[in-house]
Design a protein around this ligand. Structure first.
Ligand code: CA
Ligand code: CA
Length: 311
């Protein structure tokens, strides 16, 4: 039913065919991905420093909205975010020459907003493709970008060495997470249409807790590792969709829930984790739930994006 040249494509097309509940709603339809060149600038928000990230996205990434290159290492903030290096650490530099992409989530205007950034080494071209999906209630579904273009904020800027950086700010109904058994993993894969290969993948886990959305944010940056003592793990960060946030009582300001989990089950690209350590850490511009420590022992399922692309 579709031409699949990659492990990811075949795996997802099979899953979509198996689990599709609505005609045309699965990965199979979107198997070729969306060409980045089909996305057009559609943003109303300001990017004062021209690094590809609007102010609210810079807040999420932790960079200065008035500094194109916050850590002065020669690579712009948007490019570093897309290429998985730390834009706040001059010793952390982008690596690799392939298409790269990442995503995080934030809340604004009553919506959960996925913030996607893509770096194309050859500049904006027809050969890059991007696919976004979600694991919800045990099913992997496609998030067809083409259907979201009318409401997404898309921005493109130049990167280093004639490369290009595209950011996509995609509004999602928060009830999608609240109604999906309390947890949704959003993930993406990007690659090249000419070879039908995916070479980059990323994911973000969003949980519904007491009416709020919480992002389980992996510790990737060197600054994060300094705070966590180098133990790996992740951070549980509230992402209220309304302003001001109606946080439940018991949330501690200036702290964040640090959690470390272990893999207790693997089923293809689906990974079952169990939280083995959890506590509120101080020193963060966020909030920590009073229920943080009690989350030890809880399990949750996510997607391993590297397993999806066969990496
Ligand atoms: Ca900016
Ligand atoms: Ca930089």
């Amino acid at each position: 039913m579709s031409l699949c040249a990659t492990t990811l494509c075949a795996a997802l097309a099979a899953l979509a065919a198996e689990r599709m509940t609505e005609p045309g709603a699965g990965w199979a339809e979107d198997a070729e991905g969306s060409p980045i060149s089909s996305l057009s600038a559609n943003t109303l928000q300001l990017d004062a420093d021209g690094d590809g990230l609007v102010d609210s996205q810079e807040l999420l990434v932790g960079t200065s909205p008035l500094d194109f290159d916050s850590d002065a290492d020669g690579f712009g903030d948007g490019e570093e975010f897309a290429r998985h290096s730390d834009p706040r650490d001059p010793l952390s530099l982008p690596e690799g020459e392939e298409v790269s992409a990442t995503l995080l989530a934030r809340g604004q205007g009553g919506k959960l907003r996925l913030v996607v950034a893509l770096h194309e080494p050859q500049g904006l071209s027809d050969v890059s493709m991007l696919r976004i999906g979600a694991l919800a209630q045990g099913e992997i579904v496609s998030v067809p970008l083409a259907r979201f273009l009318g409401i997404a904020d898309v921005r493109g800027v130049g990167g280093s060495a004639n490369s290009s950086v595209t950011t996509i700010d995609l509004p999602i109904d928060p009830n999608f997470v609240h109604a999906s058994g309390g947890m949704v993993t959003f993930f993406l894969a990007a690659g090249q249409t000419d070879t039908m290969t995916f070479n980059t993948a990323a994911k973000v886990d969003i949980r519904s807790e007491a009416g709020e959305l919480v992002m389980l944010r992996p510790i990737q940056s060197t600054l994060d590792r300094r705070v966590s003592g180098g133990n790996g793990g992740g951070l549980r960060e509230p992402i209220p969709v309304s302003t001001p946030p109606p946080l439940e009582s018991g949330w501690v300001s200036g702290a964040i829930c640090y959690q470390r989990s272990e893999v207790v089950g693997i089923n293809g690209p689906r990974i079952l984790h169990q939280i083995v350590e959890a506590d509120c850490l101080e020193g963060w511009d966020s909030y920590c739930s009073g229920e943080c420590a009690a989350s030890v022992g809880a399990t949750y399922e996510t997607v391993d994006p590297l397993a999806l692309i066969g990496g």
